[in-house]
Write a new protein. Structure first.
Length: 150
């Protein structure tokens, strides 16, 4: 039982850390929802003259995932190749299972279009595109009237 005490202690510390993190977040978080003026883009008081850069397409991340998958495969295959003769049939079966898992991951990425470099398919927007003019108009209409009591 003494061997499991450090594991139990780590689990208790992990749960305590999670509880304290949630509690601190609840205590320190702002109470009110942000106003439209706080959500609007702000660039040192200057109205932005161009839209922010567009997001990276999903294909960019899929190619990055392919790189990581093959990078990890090479990291694990090099030590296997060094001790291949000592592992015999067991080592061969294990590397075949590993290669099958990598192949399934690669097939998943290819089926999602990771290697298609043609023009990307675009979804039809459900709402009109957000521009600087629409943001400024929205913020100006949501702004409360200034108090002129003097």
């Amino acid at each position: 039982m003494d061997q499991y005490l450090p594991i139990l202690l780590l689990m208790v510390l992990g749960a305590l850390f999670a509880a304290l993190s949630f509690g601190a977040s609840k205590l320190l978080a702002p109470r009110a929802k942000p106003t439209a003026q706080k959500v609007a883009p702000y660039e040192c008081g200057i109205v932005p003259d161009r839209e922010p850069p567009s997001r990276f397409p999903v294909r960019f991340y899929l190619v990055a995932m392919i790189f990581i998958i093959f990078d990890i495969e090479i990291i694990f295959l090099y030590p296997w190749a060094v001790v291949f003769r000592q592992l015999r049939v067991f080592g061969l079966v294990e590397v075949l299972v590993f290669a099958a898992v990598v192949l399934v991951a690669f097939a998943y990425l290819v089926s999602n279009g990771a290697l298609q470099w043609g023009p990307g398919r675009r979804l039809q927007p459900g709402v009109p595109a957000r521009t600087s003019e629409s943001t400024i108009a929205r913020v100006q209409t949501d702004a409360p009237a200034p108090d002129r009591a003097a």
